[in-house]
Structure formats: structure tokens, C-alpha cells
Ligand binder design. Structure first.
Ligand code: SF4
Length: 99
């Protein structure tokens, strides 16, 4: 199973604000991430990977909750990543005193 960072030209690679908009599932980020994934040539493969491996973020247009529900419904044996690869950056929280 290929990992999304091994895909040829995934749409999320050069999106301003990525990977935060895919990882930080806010009400603003989710629809944007889903819309980008819907136009990506790798959506199905990415969703399959996400259902099997990823425990946070939008992968293949599916949220954490949606992938978890699919995995339960189809009794998918999940193999979650226990260590975050360096390619992921944690979203930065806006400092209150910045405002
Ligand atoms: S489906 Fe979405 S998360 Fe997966 S590679 Fe494409 S744009 Fe990135």
C-alpha cells in the first residue's frame, strides 16, 4: 500500500495552508480539505490508506470520524501509526495575545 506522500503530484502537496487544513479538522478546514480531495486523482487510494492507517485528519476526503465508522462497519483491521512521521507538522494554535 502506497502512502500519500509517495503519490505522483497529490493535490494537497502544494496547497497553501497544507498540511494544517487536512490535519486540524475545524469546521472551516474540513469542507476545504474535502473539496480538494474530491478533485485529487488519488482520492480512492488515499481513502483506503487513511481508513487502514490514519487516526487524525482528512485523508481521501474522509474525516477521522468517517474513516472510523467505515472501518467499524466493514471490520477493517486498522494499523494506526504510533509515531508521527516528520512530514506532518502539528497545526499551530493562534496565540491569544496576538489579537
Ligand atoms: S486525496 Fe486528499 S489527502 Fe489524499 S493525496 Fe489527494 S489531496 Fe491529498
Amino acid at each position: 500500500m502506497r502512502k500519500p506522500w509517495q503519490f505522483e503530484e497529490p493535490l494537497c502537496r502544494d496547497i497553501p495552508g497544507a498540511p494544517e487544513i487536512f490535519i486540524d479538522e475545524t469546521s472551516e478546514n474540513k469542507p476545504l480539505a474535502k473539496a480538494i480531495c474530491a478533485r485529487c486523482a488519488h482520492q480512492v487510494e488515499c481513502a483506503e490508506y487513511g481508513i487502514k492507517v490514519e487516526v487524525m485528519g482528512v485523508w481521501g476526503g474522509l474525516t477521522t470520524r468517517e474513516r472510523s465508522d467505515i472501518a467499524k462497519r466493514h471490520k477493517v483491521q486498522r494499523e494506526p501509526l504510533l509515531i508521527m512521521p516528520a512530514v506532518y507538522k502539528r497545526p499551530q494554535r493562534k496565540q491569544v495575545d496576538d489579537e
